[in-house]
Design a protein around this ligand. Structure first.
Ligand code: S3P
Length: 453
C-alpha cells in the first residue's frame, strides 16, 4: 500500500512469477536539455515524450519565466508532447523573480551556465536538499569565463545570483570531478563566449548536451584524448545559431533500472522495458549485472540522436562483483538500486571511487548503509563507496517489520520500495516517499500493477 497523503509506503513482498512489459516516461536528463536548447533555438522545436517529473516541470517553469513559450501539442494524445518556441541565443528576458530549481542539480547547474551568458540579473534557489549541494564546481569555471556569481557560504551553495553575465571569454578547462552537469554548464556558457572553449574530461560522462547540439547543427568537436577521456571543443557566438529540432525522448534508463532489478531478483520473473535510452554513458550497470551473471537481453531499435531499445530482464542467480572504478560514472544514478541487487548476490560486492555519491540528492552512501543495516544486511561504509556481503536467500528471511527512510531522495525511496517487494515474508514501511515525484511520478502506477503476495 502506498499512501501519498501519509507520505509512506507499506510494502508486502511479492511471491515471484512477475511477467510484465512496461514503458517508463521520457529521460529526465534529455528532457531538461531539450527544454533549454529548444528555448535558445531560432524557432519552433517539437519535443515528444517529455518527462513531466517535478524536476522537469521546474525547467519548463524556469524557461517560461525567462520568456519562452512552451505549449502542449496534441501529437499522440499522451499529454507529453510540446512545442517550444525558441527566441535565439540572446532571446531570454530578465526574470522578474527568483527561479525555483526545486530538487534539481541538473536544472541549477545547466541553467546557471546559460544565465552567465546573459547580461541581466537572475537568482536561482531550490529546496533544502538542492540548496545544500556544492556549486563551486560550476561557479569556478564560469568566473574564469568572466561571470560574477554570488551564493551562500562563499558562493558555494544556492541561492545563487548572477550579478554580472554576458561578454564571456572562452577557456580551456579540465573538469576536476567526473560530472556531466559541470561539463554541460560550461558548454552552454561557451555558446555565449568569444572564441573556442575546450573542455577536458578525464573520464567521458553522459553526452546528451553534445548529441542535442549536433542535432541542432551546432559545431561541437569531440576527440579522444591520448591520455584517455575526451576533449570537447565548442565555438561561441560566431558558431551560428541553434537550429530548431524534432525529438522523441526515449524512456529514462534510470527509471527503468528499478524494474530491471525487480525482473532479475524476483523468482520466476521476466520484465521487459521498452523504448529505453541505451546511451552507453548511462547503462554501465548493465555491464556490471552481466559480470554478476544476470540474464539480460538488449534489442537496439534506434541510434539517432540517442541509442534506444528494449531490455528484457529475467530472474537470475547473481555473484558478487568488484565494480571497476572506470564504470562508476556510467552508472552514477544506479548505485541505490545496485545496492539492493548486491544484497541478493552470492558473496562480496565492492564499490570504490564513488565519492560523488556523497553530494547527490542525499548522501547516498550514508542513506544506502543506514537502510541496509536496518534490514540486517552485512554492509561496510567507506569514504568513497561500500562493501556488501550478499545473501541469495534474503527474500525468504523472516524477521520483524522494518522501517526504512528515503532521506528525501527519490532514488533511495524507489530502491527501498523494490527491496520491500522482494522481502516476501516481511512488512516494510518506507517513510518520506513523496519525493519519488521528483523524477518518476508514474512509478506508483506501475507498482500497482504488480501482484501483491
Ligand atoms: C546528470 C548528471 C549526473 C547525474 C544526474 C543527472 C545530468 O550528475 O547524477 O542525475 O543530467 O547531466 P553529475 O554530473 O553531478 O555527476
Amino acid at each position: 500500500m502506498i499512501d501519498l497523503k501519509l507520505d509512506k509506503a507499506l510494502i508486502t513482498g511479492i511471491a515471484g512469477g512477475v511477467s510484465l512489459d512496461i514503458e517508463v516516461p521520457g529521460d529526465k536528463s534529455i528532457s531538461h536539455r531539450a527544454i533549454m536548447l529548444g528555448g535558445l533555438a531560432d524557432g519552433k522545436s517539437s519535443v515528444s515524450n517529455l518527462s513531466l517529473s517535478i524536476d522537469n516541470r521546474a525547467t519548463i517553469a524556469a524557461f517560461r519565466k525567462l520568456g519562452i513559450n512552451i505549449k502542449k501539442q496534441n501529437l499522440t494524445g499522451s499529454g507529453k508532447d510540446f512545442i517550444i518556441t525558441g527566441k535565439g541565443l540572446y532571446g531570454l528576458k530578465e526574470p522578474e523573480s527568483i527561479i525555483n530549481t526545486a530538487n534539481s542539480g541538473t536544472l541549477t547547474r545547466l541553467l546557471i551556465g546559460i544565465l552567465a551568458g546573459n547580461d541581466f540579473f537572475s537568482v536561482l534557489s531550490g529546496d533544502k536538499y538542492l540548496n545544500s549541494r556544492p556549486m563551486k564546481r560550476v561557479r569556478e569555471p564560469l568566473s574564469l569565463m568572466g561571470a560574477e556569481i554570488a551564493g551562500r557560504r562563499g558562493g558555494n551553495y544556492p541561492p545563487l545570483a548572477v550579478l554580472k553575465g554576458g561578454k564571456l571569454k572562452s577557456i580551456y578547462y579540465e573538469v576536476p570531478v567526473p560530472s556531466a552537469q559541470v561539463k554541460s554548464c560550461i558548454m552552454l556558457a561557451a555558446l555565449f563566449a568569444e572564441g573556442n572553449t575546450v573542455i577536458y574530461e578525464k573520464k567521458a560522462t553522459r553526452d546528451h548536451t553534445e548529441n542535442l547540439l549536433k542535432l541542432q547543427g551546432y559545431p561541437v568537436r569531440i576527440e579522444t584524448h591520448r591520455a584517455g577521456g575526451s576533449l570537447i571543443s565548442i565555438k561561441g557566438n560566431n558558431g551560428g545559431g541553434l537550429h530548431p529540432f524534432e525529438i522523441v525522448i526515449p524512456g529514462d534508463f534510470s527509471s527503468a533500472s528499478f524494474f530491471i532489478a525487480l525482473g532479475i531478483l524476483c523468482k520466476d520473473s521476466e520484465i521487459t522495458v521498452k523504448n529505453i535510452l541505451l546511451n552507453e554513458k548511462r547503462t554501465g550497470i548493465l555491464k556490471i549485472l552481466k559480470m554478476m551473471g544476470a540474464n539480460l537481453d538488449l534489442t537496439v531499435t534506434g541510434e539517432f540522436p540517442e541509442r534506444v531499445g528494449d531490455i528484457r530482464a529475467k530472474y537470475s542467480r547473481l555473484q558478487g562483483v568488484t565494480v571497476p572504478s572506470e564504470t562508476v560514472s556510467d552508472m552514477i544514478d544506479e548505485f541505490p538500486v545496485f545496492s539492493v541487487i548486491a544484497s541478493f548476490a552470492e558473496g562480496k560486492t565492492t564499490v570504490t571511487g564513488a565519492e560523488e555519491l556523497r553530494v547527490k540528492e542525499s548522501d547516498r552512501i550514508k542513506a544506502i548503509v543506514s537502510n541496509l543495516v536496518r534490514i540486517g544486511i552485512e554492509i561496510k561504509e567507506s569514504e568513497d563507496g561500500f562493501e556488501i556481503i550478499g545473501n541469495p536467500d534474503l527474500n525468504e528471511s523472516k524477521a520483524v517489520p522494518i522501517i526504512l527512510d528515503s532521506f528525501g531522495d527519490h532514488r533511495i525511496a524507489m530502491s527501498m520500495v523494490i527491496m520491500g517487494l522482494l522481502l516476501k515474508n516481511r512488512q516494510t514501511e518506507i517513510h518520506d516517499i513523496r519525493c519519488i515525484n521528483t523524477s518518476f511520478p508514474e512509478f506508483f502506477n506501475i507498482i500497482s500493477r504488480l501482484p501483491v503476495y
